[in-house]
Design a protein around this ligand. Structure first.
Ligand code: PLP
Length: 411
């Protein structure tokens, strides 16, 4: 019999969302008339912006005619989209990124998951705790994690950077040598951010210690405060130590359409087994062109449309809609005396569960007494125990209704 990749057996079951679904289904079975509001999963609910829709329709028409038909496109992305990204997301902010440093893909999930492939099997990885699970699981599959310890809820070879209220959800620098550091800002799940000065400390650390930062900024569009960096490349020296991941998913309602991009600066170097310097972008380019055949033309036209004046206006409206929801949740919970984090530069609200309840007990209380589904913080890592995540991606009506219901709970 053919042998499997044994590393897959080290993966922990996708306990979080399956357990949520199980408890929700059971509750619905027992309470068929309950009007359940989900503020649990991080998926958007509004339609695509008009500018995107119009551009996609036009692109479909082009593909329907032999004269304007396009087949396979460049794996890294069409030049019109690369140019738009470079101009609007970087040059407009004084950041120098070239089009050959940008790689368009069908989602940041794939990119943050695949990036580890180009690094050594022995690379030591550091992640924030709590964490977006993809960073951890893809390294488990690759055999870098070591064994899972069910008592600590952690893998033995992964360095966890604890983020909780005691450090304002800002992790300390690693206390041992690491090679790859996954940082996610604005953060999912905590909704918290770093200032420029705080992010600079990470860039300086990476330079001094020869590590690479994998900077996931899928929620960049939700930043409202001036001192919060929108790109890690705003920090001097970051071009030499960081890869940045951005997504159109939450910014432009692309969770189903699928488009994202990764920036790998040419200045970013790593070494081979003999100590020779290698340009990381060359490896990523090789991997990307070997394993990926490009995002559809229609999708890339839709993505490029968000950079037009009307597209910009429409996505600002979209983001404002969700951030108004975030404010409603945040203010509503705060007025109840709860400890609430996030929701200012991110569509996630992270709250300390009241009355010493653990994350799952609070989940049951919220579902049972207010018919609201959220996400238990412990599902994102041990440091999330005693916390709970609500998202701002629901409709205004449901968001207001949910907050009203929570207000009536005895907490
Ligand atoms: N990174 C983070 C932190 C996320 O929360 C998500 C989606 O929820 C992603 C990446 C994936 O985004 P995409 O839809 O582009 O795959």
């Amino acid at each position: 019999m053919t042998q499997i990749n044994q590393n897959f057996l080290e993966l922990q079951g996708s306990y979080l969302f399956s357990e949520i679904a199980k408890r929700r289904t059971k509750f619905m079975h027992e309470n068929p008339d309950a009007d359940i509001i989900s503020l649990g999963i991080g998926d958007v609910t509004r339609g695509l912006p008009d500018a995107v829709m119009t551009a996609m329709h036009a692109a479909v028409d082009e593909l329907a005619q032999p004269r304007t038909f396009r087949g396979y496109g460049p794996e890294q992305g069409y030049d019109f989209l690369l140019q738009a990204i470079v101009e609007h997301d970087y040059k407009a902010r004084g950041i120098d990124i070239a089009t050959n440093e940008v790689f368009v893909s069908d989602g940041s999930k794939c990119d943050v998951g695949n990036i580890q492939e180009i690094f050594s099997q022995d690379a030591v990885i550091a992640v924030q705790d709590p964490v977006y699970p993809v960073y951890v699981d893809t390294n488990v599959m690759a055999g870098r994690s070591g064994k899972f310890n069910s008592e600590t809820n952690q893998y033995e070879n992964i360095v966890y950077l604890r983020c909780d209220a005691s450090n304002d959800f800002k992790p300390s620098l690693p206390d041992r040598k690491v090679d790859l550091i996954y940082l996610c800002y604005p953060n999912n799940p905590t909704g918290m951010t770093l200032t420029k000065g705080e992010l600079k400390a990470w860039v300086d650390y990476a330079k001094e210690n020869g590590c690479i930062i994998l900077f996931d900024s899928a929620y960049e569009a939700f930043i409202t405060e001036a001192d919060v960096p929108r790109s890690i490349y705003e920090i001097e020296g970051a071009h030499e130590v960081a890869i940045e991941f951005r997504s159109f998913s939450k910014t432009a309602g692309f969770t189903g359409v699928r488009c994202a991009y990764t920036v790998v600066p040419r200045a970013l170097k790593a070494k081979d087994a003999s100590g020779n310097e290698v340009t990381v972008a060359d490896l990523w380019n090789r991997r990307h062109t070997t394993k990926f055949n490009g995002v559809s033309y229609v999708t890339q036209r839709g993505a490029a449309a968000i950079y037009s004046p009307e597209g910009k206006r429409q996505i600002t409206e979209l983001v404002d809609y969700y951030m108004t929801n975030a404010g409603i949740i945040r203010d509503g919970l705060k007025s109840l005396g709860l400890q609430v984090y996030g929701g200012v530069n991110a569509p996630y609200i992270w709250l300390k569960t009241p009355s010493g309840l653990d994350s799952w007990s609070f989940f049951d209380k919220l579902l049972g007494e207010a018919n609201i589904v959220g996400t238990p913080g412990v599902g994102f890592g041990q440091a999330g125990q005693g916390y709970f995540r609500l998202t701002a991606f629901g409709s205004r009506e449901n968001t207001e209704k949910a907050v009203e219901r929570i207000t009536k709970l005895s907490l």
